[in-house]
Design a protein around this ligand. Structure first.
Ligand code: UGA
Length: 434
């Protein structure tokens, strides 16, 4: 039997990675986005965002002819399987998710589909969206499946080709068959498959992100307690991690979570729970969000405390702008939030990041930027470590020590070697540590 042909609708971090990886697995894939510049870049072999290894993989598959890109829905109509990968950002001024891109994509697709096909939802959506999508295809030979995606930015290829699990939310056995066929190369490598209904599949995704956010805020709440009793949250976390029931992943205390997923997903989940009349079940997520926001305020206070309680006119070098290392994504970036709060309090803030400078410059034009960590730290009264890129973690503190005005460092990610920085003459402070 010939392999199914695929379309991938929405070419952001999720969709572009999915399209490129599926083409690499041997499928014919057409990727669609309404952003012509994005489509053109991809067609010319350039990934329009930073994701390790993705440029290389794109340029490996493009010459095979299996992967093409388009802005026109007419070009995707012939595919056997359509993957919906469009974004669901937070609505302005509200907690709820904006599902208008999903609705628009489904409407455009529904107009063109002229043959039996499978539509696979991968976007993170409020539970109930898939059922609404199914209604839009009613009366046609369209099999709807919900297949949430768990990839992490920075590890997108690895997470796509070797996921921890595949979840298929189906409405009939035909949906499962289609998914087992299209994911065969991945399933054959031993990846567990969970087959369930549409509602559960949609919930798995937001439940996973809610759990991860809760784990991070749990350890950051412990950091708040550590701070008042002069305990060390890093040691506390290490000690907890040996308990296999708890585990050490996502238990790193620091400036907390940001990005395009965790913050908006927990808020959208709360909003949806409210609509469903079960808001109490998720009210703890309000606290998870609040703990996370308090870390940013605490970072500013700690910096102010180091500088004789005054930020006005002080020079601050900020290391990191991306919401996490190995990404150029600055959506809800804790680092840039702290940098702008310091700027708002009158400090001169100079930011450096190995990958996210262009995005930061575009969205935070009031801040100053440098082309290296040394340049950002030059003349600084304090250096703030806010995104744990390896080049910062491995940095020789003596090199920065030679250019700053005062050797004050605040480690917002608990990732620098405190003893090494202190030995190099730095006044080292960190969140949740003595
Ligand atoms: C997250 C999930 O991890 C993915 O499984 C999911 O697919 C994705 O959201 C999504 O919904 O699309 P991502 O946003 O790429 O992935 O980033 P994470 O690696 O989860 O990190 C999130 C934030 O938590 C970062 O700001 C990171 O610095 C912070 N973090 C992470 C901590 O503060 N402490 C930790 O111990 C771990």
């Amino acid at each position: 039997m010939p392999r199914p042909t695929l379309s991938v609708i929405g070419l952001g971090y999720l969709g572009a990675t999915h399209a490129i990886c599926m083409a690499d697995l041997g499928y014919d894939v057409v990727g669609l986005d309404i952003d012509a510049a994005r489509v053109e870049a991809l067609a010319n072999g350039t990934v329009p965002f930073f994701e390790p290894g993705l440029d290389e993989l794109l340029n490996k598959v493009l010459p095979t002819g299996r992967l093409t890109f388009t802005t026109s829905y007419d070009d995707v109509a012939a595919a056997d399987v359509h993957f919906l990968c469009v974004g669901t950002p937070q609505r302005k001024g509200e907690n709820a998710a904006d599902t208008s891109y999903v609705d628009a994509a489904v409407a455009s697709l529904a107009e063109r589909i002229g043959k039996p096909c499978v539509v696979v939802g991968k976007s993170t959506v409020p539970v109930g969206t898939a059922e609404r999508v199914a209604e839009q295809f009613a009366g046609r030979d369209v099999e709807l499946v919900w297949n949430p995606e768990f990839l992490r930015e920075g590890w997108a290829i690895e997470d796509t080709l070797h996921p921890d699990r595949l979840v298929f939310g189906i409405t009939s056995p035909r949906g499962e068959e289609a998914m087992r066929e299209v994911f065969a190369p991945i399933i054959e490598s031993g990846v567990p498959v969970v087959v369930t209904d549409l509602a559960t599949a949609q919930l798995v995704k937001v439940a996973a992100n809610a759990f991860l956010a809760t784990k991070i805020s749990f350890i950051n709440a412990m950091a708040e307690v550590c701070e008042v009793v002069h305990a060390d949250v890093k040691k506390l976390s290490e000690a907890l991690s040996y308990d296999e029931r708890i585990g050490g992943r996502f238990l790193h205390a620091g400036l907390g979570f940001g990005g395009g997923c965790l913050p908006k997903d927990i808020r959208a989940f709360m909003a949806r729970a409210g609509e469903l009349g079960v808001d109490q079940a998720l009210s703890f997520l309000t606290e998870v969000d609040a703990i996370n926001q308090r870390r940013r305020a605490r970072m500013v206070d700690l910096t102010r405390g180091l500088l004789d309680d005054s930020l006005s006119g002080r020079r601050i070098g900020v290391l990191g702008a991306a919401f996490k290392p190995h990404s150029d994504d600055i959506r809800d970036s804790p680092a840039l939030d702290v940098a702008s709060r310091l700027h708002g309090a009158g400090a001169h803030v100079t930011v450096y990041d190995p990958a996210a400078l262009a995005n930061a410059r575009r969205d935070y034009p009031a801040l100053d930027y440098a082309e290296s960590a040394v340049e950002a730290a030059t003349g600084a009264d304090a250096v703030l470590h806010l995104t744990e890129w390896p080049e910062f973690v491995q940095m020789d503190p003596a090199v920065l020590g030679a250019v700053v005005r005062q050797r004050n460092v605040v480690d917002g990610r608990n990732a620098l070697d405190a003893a090494r920085w202190r030995a190099a003459g730095w006044h080292y402070r960190a969140l949740g540590r003595p």
